[in-house]
Ligand binder design. Structure first.
Ligand code: C5P
Length: 408
């Protein structure tokens, strides 16, 4: 899983200003960040600046009674998924290598049972000093991950290796390492979810009863399985699932554009209830009623079929999945959609019973020559079942690893 919470220790280096950007980037990925600012760190940035970005208290004092009442230093060291020391000064590196614990930061580092990552920052002579080299080797031996400093101009005017890794790169490293073991790591998924609204006049639209619950649950399950998820979302009021990139698209036309702009992808899951029809003409002003006997005739034109456009695209994702919400003849309609829209799988659900807006769903996955039925499950469980089948699909596509064992 990606780190959901992180204890960030900011030690005394001019690179402390980078940790403010780091907090912003981590928060944008929905990671909750708690911070310890060392005495040295507080010479460069203020607790107020840090707390404004984390939205929580910034800790600094080992012997603060109020801090201990709120959260003890042992709990502080273990409540996050990971500890990141950024910037890590030569001083804190030396203390960590020694197992010294003279302040809150080093005590937390000694008391933790969580993975520790450091991003060193110091003058190049200090980085190259044999003492620092010894300390870094010791930290590596202790299982700590070192995000190597880079070469460049130093704040002191010298040039060399010792600049803290840029915040964007730090975040990429944290997430790459965390994702590597997940089944869909490195895969890009485009998911559509929710209903589209097709305008008739400035105040009216053609819509449908879809809530987006199933599409959002699939996006969340794909992200939890390590995929990078672009969620193209129609008119829904649900919270955005953690770890997905949300793109809003209110009409079928804007959803079509948004989906195509997200290509290339490894998979497409078209769970949105895209309108099949749109008004041929959108009235510029509210259409008025003229008496009780007045009639209104709307001319409707078919919308662009997003699923078919992706299923038959030259940049077609390896796996294209559509949905069939039917009130009758589910199997026949699903098979027809699979073929005509160029989809690999069609997930059928009977919407004669109240599926729209409900928290549960009963699905059948139609593939070429097979149909797999599931009992009625929560939409979260349905999403997990679909994502486990997706993971199996990509596993079966992966080139088999050659055995490295020598024959006897
Ligand atoms: O034909 P029907 O609308 O029932 O097809 C359902 C499937 O096609 C769903 O996966 C839906 O997201 C997709 N669809 C689409 N673009 C449309 C209409 C439906 O992608 N204009």
């Amino acid at each position: 899983m990606q780190p959901r919470s992180l204890l960030l220790i900011i030690s005394g280096s001019i690179a402390a200003y980078k940790s403010l950007e780091l907090i912003r980037l981590l928060r944008a990925r929905s990671v909750s960040v708690t911070t310890i600012l060392t005495r040295g760190g507080a010479e460069f940035i203020t607790p107020l600046a840090v707390s404004s970005l984390t939205g929580t208290k910034t800790y600094s004092d080992l012997f603060s009674l109020t801090d201990e009442v709120e959260m003890g230093h042992i709990e502080l060291s273990r409540s996050a998924d990971m500890i990141l020391v950024a910037p890590a000064s030569a001083n804190i590196i030396a203390q960590m290598a020694q197992g010294a614990c003279g302040d809150l930061a080093t005590t937390a580092l000694l008391a933790t049972n969580k993975p520790v990552v450091i991003a060193p920052a110091m003058n190049h002579k200090m980085w190259e000093h044999p003492a620092t080299k010894r300390n870094i080797a010791q930290l590596r031996a202790d299982g700590i991950t070192i995000l190597e400093p880079t070469e460049g101009d130093m704040a002191c005017g010298e040039f060399g290796i010792g600049r803290m890794m840029e915040p964007e790169e730090v975040v990429e490293h944290l997430f790459a390492g965390q994702h590597a073991h997940l089944p869909l790591a490195g895969k890009h998924a485009i998911v559509t979810s929710g209903p589209t609204h097709e305008p008739v006049d400035p105040v009216r639209y053609l819509g449908n009863k879809s809530s987006g619950k199933q599409g959002h649950a699939i996006a969340a399950a794909l992200a939890a399985a390590g995929a990078r998820v672009s969620l193209i979302c129609g008119n829904v009021t649900l919270p955005t699932p953690e770890g997905v990139t949300l793109i809003r698209a209110t009409t079928s036309e804007s959803m079509y554009e948004a989906v195509h702009a997200c290509l290339p992808a490894d998979m497409f899951v078209g769970a949105a209830a895209v309108a099949d029809w749109r008004a041929s003409h959108i009235a510029p002003h509210k259409i008025k009623k003229h008496g009780a006997r007045s009639k209104l005739t709307l001319e409707l034109l078919p919308t662009k079929d997003i699923l078919a456009s992706i299923g038959l695209h030259k940049q077609r994702p390896a796996l294209v999945i559509g949905f069939a919400a039917e009130t009758e003849n589910l199997e026949k309609h699903a098979a027809h959609k699979r073929e005509t829209k160029g989809a690999d799988w069609i997930i059928g659900n009977n919407v004669a019973d109240d599926v729209f807006g409900a928290d549960s769903n009963e699905i059948i996955i139609f593939r070429e020559g097979s149909a797999e039925s599931f009992p009625r499950l929560s939409k979260t469980a349905v999403a997990e079942a679909i994502v486990s089948r997706i993971a199996e699909f990509f596993e079966s596509q992966a080139p088999k690893k050659k055995s490295t064992r020598k024959k006897a």
